[in-house]
Ligand binder design. Structure first.
Ligand SMILES: [Zn+2]
Length: 247
């Protein structure tokens, strides 16, 4: 039983990273018949996409003061390769990077990107959003999210995009050493809320940490990302329902 639960969670994590399709080759996308409005009907395993009440992304607003403790970042390792899975472009990290929160360790798996942003902050959408996905030993997920605005180029993004996988299925080894911290702002102050995977199977119980400060990328860097995907890859914001966003 324990193995089954863990397998399901791991399959969810892999699906989130787009590397595997645990429920067969169910095609989903960001528009048309496979688009977000239909995800919950594409497969019984995607039913949470329509029945869930704690879905991501959301519009973060109505913040509750919570005196949040700092997240313990331990990002020692660098990204090994970068993949275009048709849904996003994703940098996979070598084992050994983690965050510490709620008295638990969450290992960094990968960072991937959405354009435009999926979450909104006070109804503001951003040109791009990064999601660094972490998993605890027992399969709980935590996402550190960062907003990207247009401005000066990001050195971290430049190092990733230098090996941009231009087409679906492409996987390139990274030539530069990029740590996840190279993708994040100096200040790690954050908003916190409960949510889900923003892609099928939309599994809930994900801890979300949205960094308050954004990072800049150049218009060219945004164009390069958009050029590697077929379409905008943002799920629309979902109802907040009973949740609160703590700051
Ligand atoms: Zn994401």
């Amino acid at each position: 039983m324990k193995k089954t639960i863990l397998s399901t969670v791991v399959a969810g994590a892999l699906l989130f990273s787009g590397q595997a399709m645990a429920s067969g080759d169910v095609h989903w996308s960001y528009s048309g018949h496979g688009g977000p409005a239909h995800w919950g009907d594409l497969s019984s395993e995607f039913s949470t996409c329509k029945s869930g009440v704690n879905q991501s992304p959301i519009n973060l607003t109505g913040f509750i003061e919570g005196d949040l403790p700092a997240i313990g970042f331990s990002y020692g390792t660098t990204a090994t390769d970068i993949v275009n899975n048709g849904h996003t472009v994703q940098a996979n990290f070598a084992k050994g990077s983690s965050i510490s929160v709620d008295g638990m360790e969450f290992d960094l798996l990968q960072c991937h990107f959405h354009a435009p942003s999926e979450n909104n902050i006070d109804s503001k959408s951003f040109p791009m959003e990064g999601h660094c996905v972490h998993a605890s030993k027992d399969g709980k997920l935590a996402v550190v999210a960062v907003m990207f605005d247009i401005g000066d180029a990001s050195k971290g993004i430049a190092s990733l995009w230098a090996n941009m996988p231009e087409h679906t299925g492409d996987k390139h080894t990274l030539s530069a050493k990029v740590k996840a911290t190279d993708l994040l702002p100096e200040s790690k102050d954050y908003y916190r809320f409960n949510g889900s995977l923003t892609t099928p199977p939309c599994t809930e119980g994900v801890r979300w940490f949205m960094l308050k400060d954004s990072v800049t990328i150049s218009k060219e860097q945004l164009n390069a990302f958009q050029g590697a995907l077929h379409e905008p890859n943002n799920r629309p914001v979902q109802p907040v329902n009973a949740r609160i966003v703590v700051q």
